[in-house]
Design a binder for this molecule. Structure first.
Ligand code: 4AD
Ligand code: MG
Length: 462
């Protein structure tokens, strides 16, 4: 395998003949030399290849090389005469692998809008911005595994097809092989799901948590990292219908331990990107979100703020005239409130705890007041909620009562209740919306631009 361009750019000048392969980003011509900027996605910068036209003696070849063509160049790495790079390649051995017709190629040299690029998702990774997003996303994925593997967590793959609505929000995509034109019905006229593939109603998972808990109550500390699906209104800048979630679950852990892990995990992710992607982070800081790299470093170095839901509501109520939705005790926090808490009140990420039980899922541990639950959300500036988590209800009677209050049938969750029946233990976990993490780190305004193929209502072109 030939060296990537990122490695070639770090080479010292020398007589060795090297092969560089990539796509032409730009081409500049003078009478005697042709400059190609060759990029292979390994880094933001390309390798400048300087071709001596007289020695090459093939103007036809050079004129058929255009922006977007794939080429291979061979030659020594030399000190660069220009000020933009330390080294470049001097080449007189150039092969055009694939042409790229200028008149129809949708990517021009100019800067394109993200809206335009969203229409050509198959070509957008070739731009500086989307190449950088892909690299940062890759670094974050790797850091997720690194953090948990270094801390003794076991990676568990939870199912994507599931019968239970973990969040109880009724936002599930149904999975069925029934033919809509000939749906089998029972004698009472109901759809007969016993004739469906799984013999009952089935869905794409909204979260791997419940299955994750079954492994945490055996292996102590586990994590999942996989796709999740929500048929909710995702016409916002922070919602997708298909997104990736990281869900650790820890046995012998309460909500305080949960918050400590969430904070140290996020800081580990941010630090990894700052260390491994300084060039991409400088790009985001310059072109996307001013100073995002410095801000992230500050977040890494500073403890997160903490507020209970009740304290947060007391503060927010004073500013109700500023909001589209006014707040009072019991209301769910909207993204405008979450942003206000992080950007104006705390000026940092903040962990909000002890939400009213009515606005949280059935599995959260009830506090002694009987009104609030041991949930904790991590909110960050620009986005609001990035992590949602809680200590889980470990008392079988309280949990069963909560299910009944919410019209959930405890029989459907017999296996989940078994975890409380057999060696029940305090346990806690959380879910990090992976795209929100990529969005936060890069400063990208729209979540549709941090996943290769965004899925949202009326948007699934591939
Ligand atoms: O707060 P949520 O709904 O929590 C859960 O699903 C729990 N079962 C997690 C757990 O405790 N194991 O979702 C967790 C996170 C949110 O904080 C948000 O970052 C992200 O998932 N998220 C979404 N990201 C993109 N698009 C959507 N539609 C999202 N919905 C939630
Ligand atoms: Mg949530």
């Amino acid at each position: 395998m030939n060296e990537r361009i990122s490695a070639l750019l770090k080479r010292k000048p020398g007589p060795e003949i090297i092969t560089a392969e990539g796509w032409v980003r730009t081409k500049r011509d003078s009478k005697t030399v042709c400059f190609l900027e060759l990029n292979d996605g390994s880094c933001l910068k390309g390798l400048q290849v300087v071709i001596d036209k007289v020695s090459l003696n093939n103007d036809a070849l050079l004129s058929s090389i255009t922006t977007g063509s794939s080429v291979t160049c061979r030659g020594p790495i030399v000190e660069s005469a220009g000020g933009n790079q330390e080294v470049e390649m001097a080449s007189t051995d150039v092969t055009l692998i694939g042409e790229c017709p200028v008149d129809t190629y949708p990517l021009q040299k100019k800067r394109h809008s993200v809206e335009y690029l969203r229409e050509i998702s198959h070509l957008r990774p070739r731009t500086n911005m989307f190449g950088a997003v892909a690299r940062v996303r890759n670094t974050l994925s790797f850091a997720v595994h690194q953090y948990f593997q270094e801390n003794g967590f076991v990676y568990v793959n939870t199912p994507l097809i599931s019968a239970s609505d973990c969040e109880g929000a009724g936002e599930m995509f149904q999975v069925t092989t029934l033919d809509f034109d000939k749906v089998p019905r029972t004698e009472e006229g109901q759809v007969d799901y016993s004739k469906d593939f799984f013999g009952k109603k089935s869905f794409l998972t909204v979260s791997g948590q419940l299955e994750g808990e079954t492994y945490a109550t055996a292996l102590k500390n586990i994590y999942t990292f996989g796709p999740t699906f929500r048929a909710e209104n995702s016409n916002t800048k922070r919602h997708l219908a298909e997104f990736w979630m990281v869900e650790p679950e820890m046995a012998f852990c309460d909500v305080t331990g949960d918050m400590e892990i969430a904070e140290s995990f996020l800081k580990y992710l941010f630090k990894s990107v700052l260390e491994k992607c300084p060039e991409d982070m400088a790009f985001f800081s310059k072109f996307v979100e001013a100073g995002v790299d410095k801000t992230l470093q500050h977040v890494v170095d500073t403890p997160f703020a903490h507020l209970t839901y009740t304290e947060a509501v007391k503060i927010l109520e004073k500013y109700n005239d500023k909001f589209d939705y006014s707040v009072s005790w019991g209301s769910d926090l909207q993204s405008e409130h979450e942003k206000f808490l992080t950007e104006v009140v705390c000026k940092s990420p903040v962990i909000v705890t002890d939400y009213p039980k009515e606005i949280k899922a059935f599995y959260m541990k009830l506090n002694d007041d009987g009104k609030t639950v041991r949930g904790m959300d991590v909110l960050v500036p620009r986005l609001g909620e990035i992590i949602g988590g809680s200590e889980r209800e470990s008392n079988i009677d309280v949990l069963t009562a909560r299910m009944k209050e919410l019209n959930l049938n405890p029989q459907d969750y017999w296996w989940y209740l078994d975890l409380r029946r057999y060696g029940s233990v305090p346990h806690a976990g959380f879910g990090l919306g992976f795209e929100r993490a990529v969005q936060y780190v890069t400063g990208m305004a729209n979540i549709r631009d941090v996943i290769p193929y965004p899925r949202a209502p009326k948007l699934a072109d591939f």
